[in-house]
Design a protein around this ligand. Structure first.
Ligand code: F6R
Length: 612
């Protein structure tokens, strides 16, 4: 979703802003813009990509050592040049970029119109900069103070950066609900939605908290105040991110790179958390809350999209191994349906970005009812990771492709470790089984590597079905969430309609869709309900559906029935979701590429969904 970047220092701002916007492209956007403060306050913005913005800005005045840049994911007003950020205030002396939604923008706009303000765009953001201007002029306040006072009138979410033509030495930032990071360099500052535009220049960052305002003034330190005007001491963090993780490293797309990174990302998720010698599992981040989790009356998992699918696998794992009742909820439903939550409940939020607005709100609700809140996040320092009582990072490294791949398998890995830890603590699993699972876990990265070797075969199968209009994905037990995830991957990047179903549910409706035109992907790995899945394959076959089966290496029964077979190495049933996801990720990737789709930035999608 919208990305913001800002710079003030001794270097020319334009190349830093453009590079920063490129780093933020992965978040998803439909227009881009910059504002540079030199002799003038120049805004350049247009619908389309950052490259379109560069073309547009060519030959224009792009001089200045202070500037702000934005990628917009449209909420209020269609994606066009006018609605793109930055926006000027009415007198064109101020400029703003914004990520979030000003919920009371309509009433604010009406009041401002009555006071003579005129608006050029349909955005809530333009209303905010007019409000700041109004406060600044009427109350004769310096910019930082005008921003603070204006924000006290705002309902909604924001991460903003503001420039003032009359003060070329300062950028004001503020945040509530949307993320914002300050980078501290030598005689220079950066401001961004996440650390990706900053890491190249400095590793020292400050994560702003909600309702904080930051003043970045040349020659001075970072000044942070609360919206109540309390002076705060910023806490400087050291970034762990590495620049090479933000580059494609020779792959055609980030998504392909991230699929192939999984042997490493999964190993990173496991590192230091399983101990073959002592036969134990430990998760440092939740150690103080383990007992509370083990005693929980109920665990509720809240998440969205792919993370919700990982949550479903988590439900099966925790119930199976630790014998604690688990419910998995869409965060967007949970937050609005008046759920029953008590102090004995533990709520686990799963989120790659750690910024998803619905997941965040669901957690806040759970916290307000006294539940213990635990995070499973990928982005270090993200909002969810900071508001939770405890948590385990997935350590998958930055995921740039909008379609989640390595983040999913790392989430499942961490949930597996959590379930194992809780099971050990509760004594709900025989020791021999625990050791068997631990030994199987250790081999997973190598088996993922092996599963990736099917890439050429997957590519061939993709070529056979790239023009299909629909796909069905079926699985049972642990493979049911895998079917859902496989279908989501395909639809989001190839725009082919795809549905995931529990295989047995097929008879209750979707079977009506099956004919010779319908490819059906069946995850038919050994163990679990294998025989029953074979019957489901027979049912599809009888109706002339085309079967693409994901099977355990060496399986001949499913192979005889299926039109195409994709083998994965044998492992314990609880770990199959990790391996079975690999060929499905590859299938969606190759189909999307063959259909000419923008794999890394699919239409309408945002990587970090910071609005509800
Ligand atoms: C799909 C995908 C989304 C995200 C969802 C939640 O490939 O990436 O469905 O899983 O938007 O995002 P996070 O995990 O950041 O909370």
């Amino acid at each position: 979703m919208c990305g913001i970047v800002a710079y003030i220092g001794n270097q020319e701002a334009y190349p830093i802003l453009i590079k920063g916007l490129r780093r933020l492209e992965y978040r998803g956007y439909d227009s881009a813009g910059i504002c540079l403060l030199g002799e003038n306050l120049n805004i350049y913005k247009c619908k389309g990509k950052v490259s379109d913005l560069e073309t547009f800005a060519k030959g224009k005045d792009i001089v200045g050592t202070i500037g702000i840049g934005h990628t917009r994911w449209a909420t209020h007003g269609e994606p066009n040049d006018l609605n793109a950020h930055p926006h000027y205030s009415g007198n064109e002396k101020l400029a703003i970029i914004h990520n979030g939604i000003i919920e009371n923008y309509d009433s604010l706009k009406k009041e401002l119109i009555q006071r003579g303000h005129e608006f050029k765009s349909d955005t809530d953001t333009e209303v905010l900069i007019h409000l700041i201007e109004d406060v600044q002029e009427n109350e004769n306040l310096p910019l930082a103070e005008a921003v603070r006072v204006a924000l006290t009138q705002v309902v909604g979410a924001y991460a903003i950066a503001v420039l003032d033509k009359s003060d070329t030495n300062v950028i004001i930032g503020a945040k509530k609900g949307s993320p914002m990071v300050v980078g501290i360099g030598k005689d220079e500052f950066f401001l961004a939605s996440d650390a990706t535009p900053i890491v190249e220049y400095t590793k020292e960052v400050v994560y702003l908290e909600d309702e904080q305002i930051v003043e970045l003034r040349r020659g001075q330190g970072v000044k942070v105040r609360s919206i109540e005007n309390e002076v705060l001491t910023p806490y400087i963090h050291e970034l762990e991110m590495h620049l090479e993780t933000l580059e494609k490293g020779g792959y055609e797309h980030f998504m392909l790179k991230e699929i192939f990174e999984q042997p490493k990302s999964i190993a990173d998720s496991m590192r230091g958390r399983y101990h073959i010698d002592s036969g134990t599992v430990s998760l440092g981040g939740i150690i103080d809350y383990e007992q509370k989790m083990a005693n929980a009356k109920r665990i509720i998992i809240v998440a969205c999209g792919t993370s919700w699918h990982a949550g479903l696998v988590g439900e099966y794992l925790i119930e199976d191994l630790a014998r604690i009742p688990v419910e998995v909820e869409y965060a967007s439903e949970f937050r609005y349906r008046n759920p029953i939550i008590g102090e004995d409940d533990v709520v686990i939020a799963i989120s790659q970005s750690g910024e998803t607005a619905d997941t965040l709100a669901a957690l806040e609700l759970a916290k307000s009812k006294g539940a213990t809140i635990i995070g499973v996040c990928n982005v270090v320092g993200s909002t969810i990771s900071r508001i939770t009582d405890a948590g385990s990072y997935t350590h998958a490294g930055p995921e740039i492709g909008v379609a989640s791949t390595k983040a999913f398998t790392s989430q499942v890995t961490v949930l597996f470790l959590m379930a194992m830890r809780l099971a050990h603590k509760r004594g709900s699993i025989p020791e021999s089984r625990f050791q068997q699972l631990l030994a199987a876990l250790e081999k997973i990265p190598a088996k993922v590597e092996e599963a990736l070797q099917s890439a050429d075969l997957v590519k061939y199968i993709a070529g056979q079905y790239k023009d299909a209009h629909n796909f069905l994905y079926l699985g049972r037990g642990y493979n049911f969430p895998v079917a859902l995830e496989g279908a989501l991957k395909l639809k989001e990047i190839s725009y082919i309609h795809a549905e995931g179903y529990p295989a047995a549910e097929m008879k209750h409706g979707p079977i009506a869709l099956i004919d010779e035109e319908m490819p059906v992907v069946v995850i038919a790995t050994k163990k679990g309900s294998y025989d029953k899945v074979i019957s489901n394959i027979q049912e599809v076959k009888a109706r002339k559906g085309k079967i693409i089966a994901v099977v355990t290496k060496g399986d001949t029964t499913a192979a005889e029935l299926a039109d195409h077979v994709l083998e994965i190495p044998e492992t314990e049933e609880e770990l199959v979701p990790i391996l079975a996801s690999i060929p499905l990720q590859l299938l969606s990737y190759y189909i999307a590429v063959m259909r000419g789709c923008n794999v890394d930035q699919p239409r309408n999608l945002a990587k970090s969904v910071t609005v509800e």
